[in-house]
Design a protein around this ligand. Structure first.
Ligand code: COA
Length: 369
């Protein structure tokens, strides 16, 4: 996980906008959230989460075949955040791309990673959900800014034998609802201009009630359908790891599925809605707390902008988390990250020198590009 250290409580928000701890807690279940400082970005959180996943799995970044970063808040519109992660961890043999499916993004990315492994194309896939929605909300809009937080979570998928792994997947979308949750400007439809900035069109806009209705219907449906695809009744699912948007949405889903709410992993009280990061952060925390046992069936389920929804049913394996990682492996990985930094700088320097030499030589030789 990559979590900013800065904590912003409901009381902190109530000091600057017209809201209250009571309103936020009772309508959403959120008590506080983590917000990035000036030095942190989506990529920096994603890199922390990626390094932690590699450490837990005791894996060599050079063996990673594919990196997928699910995000709605990349560091740059172009190039991808996945490439920044690739460079920082020294995954020199990996393909890398970002995936945009709003808050369903991590589960979408997990399904893509799983399919890449199932096709034989990849053996080791790093799947990350990372977002810094604090950089995209209007901090004067109390209807949206109280809901979101920043963070990143990562998992490493590996090809294995045996029954552990992903047994069912479901992806869905409904673009007719794209304007229920969106950022109006900054894309090709409405490029950035002084006017779009003045109108706050680069901030997230949301029809809260419609999104709420969509979410309560979708979450339970997606769980039922993915369980059906995996050939399992819902009451045989030991744990649900839902997108952490609102405690009331989670409670409604539990009610519709007729399962006890205690089977849902919830941490939104501490982090708010971290968008594509919410499912992997909840998954990682629950795994670290030892909540899952080998053989447990777990459904990961997300919904969000697009509109999109996604679910994956997996069976938990013998956990490697408890196995101590030899200190020299950790040291080796740290050395690799240092080497990755040097490699990245030297490649940039080489390119600059080559360009400088080219500019110098062109007038002397009469050559052109
Ligand atoms: N503090 C205090 N009052 C607030 C407030 C805040 N932060 N935000 C809104 N209000 C007010 C509204 O202005 C409204 O006042 P009014 O009745 O005088 O007009 C009142 O509270 C009720 O607003 P409403 O929007 O109807 O509240 P709600 O019960 O629907 O809850 C959400 C609002 C946003 C919590 C809820 O709709 C929701 O969770 N929607 C889903 C959002 C989501 O999950 N988005 C991400 C999806 S990935």
């Amino acid at each position: 996980m990559g979590l900013p250290t800065q904590v912003v409580t409901n009381a902190d928000l109530a000091e600057r906008i017209d809201t209250s701890d009571e309103w936020i807690r009772s309508r959403t279940g959120i008590a506080e959230r983590r917000i990035v400082d000036a030095r942190e970005t989506t990529a920096s959180l994603a890199i922390t989460a990626a390094r932690q996943a590699l450490q837990r799995a005791d894996a060599d970044p050079r063996q990673v075949d594919l990196i997928i970063v699910a995000t709605a808040t990349p560091d740059y519109p172009l190039a991808s955040t996945a490439c920044l992660v690739q460079d920082a961890i020294g995954a020199v043999n990996a393909g890398a791309f970002d995936l945009g499916a709003g808050c369903s993004g991590f589960v979408y990315a997990l399904v893509m990673g799983h399919r890449s492994i199932a096709s034989g194309e990849s053996e080791l896939v790093l799947v990350i959900g990372a977002d810094t929605l604090s950089r995209m909300v209007d901090w004067d809009d109390r209807a949206t800014c109280v809901l979101f937080g920043d963070g990143a979570g990562a998992v490493l998928l590996r090809a294995t034998e045996g029954s552990a792994g992903i047994h069912g997947t479901l992806l869905g979308s409904d673009g007719s609802g794209s304007q229920m949750l969106y950022v109006p400007a900054g894309g090709s439809a409405r490029p950035a201009s002084a006017e779009t900035v003045a109108n706050k069109e680069h901030a997230l806009r949301m029809d809260g009630r419609q999104v709420y209705r969509f979410a309560t219907q979708t979450m339970a449906d997606a769980c039922e359908r993915v369980a059906e695809r995996a050939g399992l009744p819902v009451d045989e699912i030991h744990h649900f790891v839902p997108h952490q948007a609102n405690q009331r949405i989670i409670a409604q889903a539990a009610k519709r599925l007729q399962v006890d709410e205690s089977r849902f992993v919830c941490n939104l009280e501490r982090y708010g809605n971290t968008s594509a990061a919410s499912v992997p952060i909840a998954l990682c925390e629950a795994a670290e707390e030892g909540r899952f046992r080998p053989g447990d069936h777990i459904i990961l389920v997300g919904f969000g902008a697009g509109l999109t929804w996604a679910a994956a049913l997996l069976q938990w394996g013998e956990t490697e988390l408890a196995r101590p990682v030899p200190w020299w492996h950790s040291l080796g990985r740290k050395a690799l990250y240092g080497w990755a930094r040097v490699r990245s700088r030297s490649r940039r320097t080489r390119r600059s020198i080559a360009q400088w030499l080219w500019r110098l030589l062109v007038p002397l030789t009469g050559l052109r590009d």
